[in-house]
Design a protein around this ligand. Structure first.
Ligand code: PLP
Length: 297
């Protein structure tokens, strides 16, 4: 059976302060965000009726917009409340939350100083980013052709829609070859991240992950680093060259959507789904549950 298209799901979308029926949450084709990628967004997950690290996500949304030169006309508190209200209205316990802010359609052209800044929030049910069966065996990654840009070339600290252009191209190319995703290097040729998740490696019991210089320092990344330290694992944030992949024993991805996903293959390199990856996968699954998350704050 074909999946229901995203513009035809049920319920409501919060749009500029109103609860709009899902199918009516539309924008005009002459929208600056569509033509010039003047849009920033978030990806959040609700577990057991509560959105994990909601305020951190909302603060990042504000910061992403600030980096792109616009201010979202709702406070962090107002956006948090809108997300919570919408989650209740949608009636989901476990769901994905997608706030997006964009420049509207008042002016067309590179300059859009007077355009309204819009904000919408959509919430849908989305159990697993990668195939759950594959996730337990470890997913397979290709090497992407595109590199994460130099922070002097693009606003890489912003979760800006425009930066996902190279991610979609890279993920599509990987999928066409039968891979689940692609690993991207950065502008210097160092290992950066996957197309929508951060990456970690394990060697001799030590966890290694790249320094977030040209890519998002993911909220999940930081959470997993905390969990690993609580377990007493050593974590080294450092420059990782692609040639080193041969020596790593385990690899896993982290992200709101991906959660903690073991990796079994990157191009010619093989990894085991080992104890550290499995432990952190389970620790993360435990901490996102509302009672545990509240206790950890
Ligand atoms: C490109 C990219 N890197 C990393 C991440 C992980 O970020 P987070 O853990 O905050 O979801 C995401 C997901 O938002 C992403 O899209």
């Amino acid at each position: 059976m074909a999946a229901v298209p995203f513009d035809q799901l049920d319920g409501h979308i919060w749009m500029n302060g109103e609860m709009v029926p899902w199918a009516e949450a539309k924008i005009h084709v002459l929208t600056h965000g569509l033509h010039y990628a003047s849009a920033v967004f978030e990806g959040e997950r609700a577990y057991g009726g509560q959105i994990f690290k909601l305020t951190e996500h909302t603060e990042r949304l504000h910061e992403s917009a600030r980096i792109l030169g616009f201010e979202i006309p709702y406070t962090v508190d107002e956006i948090d409340n809108a997300c919570i209200q919408l989650l209740h209205k949608q009636g989901f316990q476990d769901a994905y939350v997608r706030p997006i802010a964009w420049r509207g359609s008042e002016m067309m052209g590179v300059s859009a100083q007077k355009n309204r800044i819009n904000l919408a929030i959509a919430i849908w049910q989305w159990p697993s980013y990668f195939d759950p069966e594959q996730k337990l065996k470890g997913i397979r990654l290709d090497m992407a052709d595109y590199r994460r840009p130099d922070p002097r070339t693009a606003p890489s600290k912003s979760k800006a829609a425009g930066l996902y252009m190279i991610c979609t191209i890279s993920k599509h190319a990987a999928e066409a070859k039968g891979y689940a995703d692609a690993l991207m290097l950065d502008w210097r040729g160092q290992v950066a991240e996957a197309t929508g998740a951060n990456v970690f490696f394990v060697k001799d019991g030590v966890i290694h992950t790249p320094v977030p210089e040209g890519f998002l320092d993911g909220i999940t990344r930081r959470t997993v680093i905390g969990l690993a330290r609580e377990r007493g694992f050593e974590i080294v944030e450092r420059a990782i060259m692609p040639e080193e992949l041969e020596d790593f024993e385990q690899c896993f991805l982290t992200g709101t959507a991906a959660e903690v996903t073991p990796v079994s293959e990157i191009g010619p390199y093989r990894f085991e789904v080992g104890e550290i990856a499995k432990t952190l996968m389970n620790d993360y699954a435990a901490i996102v549950q509302p009672a545990r998350a509240a206790a950890a704050e």
